[in-house]
Write a protein that binds this ligand. Sequence first.
Ligand code: SF4
Length: 313
Amino acid sequence: MDKLQEALLAWYAKQGRHDLPWRHTNDPYKVYVSEIMLQQTQVQRVLEHYYFQFLETFPDLQSLAEASEEQVLRRWQGLGYYSRARNMKKTAELTAKSGLPGSFEQLVKLPGIGEYTAKAILCFGFKQPAAPVDANIKRVMLRLFGETEQSRAKALAQEFLNTQNPFEHNQALLDLGATVCMAKSPSCLLCPMHSRCRGKSEPLRYGERKKVNYETKTLHLLVAQKGERYAMKKSADTLYKNLWGFPERKKPPAKAQKLGSFKHSYTKYRLSVNLYLASEKTLPRGCEWVGPQTLPTLPISNLTRKAFALLER
Ligand code: SF4
């Protein structure tokens, strides 16, 4: 174990992604923000468009707690999985005075914080010897120890944890899983643990990804216009709750002119979206006329952006 841990840290010192900003902070809040953003989003996207911008607007739990949900959603716009942003705001409201707790039991009680995120906050924010296991670390553990039983990954990660340097140890495992021990084509010859890895002869046997069962759905959106203003509605739907978009109908409107259609993927859904020209009297209740002054201030989803792009074309 000691030799493996040493080899891993030596590799990390040379090959690790040391430039990631959340690896240079002791602030549990910043670690928390990065972990939530990285749950469903590529590192590069988070770095370029979200991490710094979010922290500039909400530098601490207090500012996040005091913001309106609309402001938080607006800053999150385009990242998807908006329940993450709503949960962050709720967590900030609960912890603004005390700060994020440094205990696993208390962290997992907070909205949107599961086992992985709690352990990541403990390890990277509080420097505690916790062993977070995401898909990358799970794959590395199962392969390294030649274990086919998926549920053993957490126990293996805990046994393998370098308690002298848990921060770098876990960051190294995350990097190894992302850049060397990759799901489909691991580069075993470049791996610092190659000589002792039990799974290297058949790496694809271990740590398979869960198959996602996608659901297909068709959306019918109404586009009504008054001069430069569009009829828009705040969504009550769980997926896009409190985001603004074109009003929706369950069935395509009779005799309405179809303006176009496009495809969109969101969480487990593969959506076919149709846009129809609508008159004011066919609109559902709760629509508001939104002009070019207001539109940029509202939180909207990527689906609504795509709809606007189609209208422009
Ligand atoms: S030797 Fe190959 S399978 Fe084993 S941990 Fe390294 S990259 Fe993964």
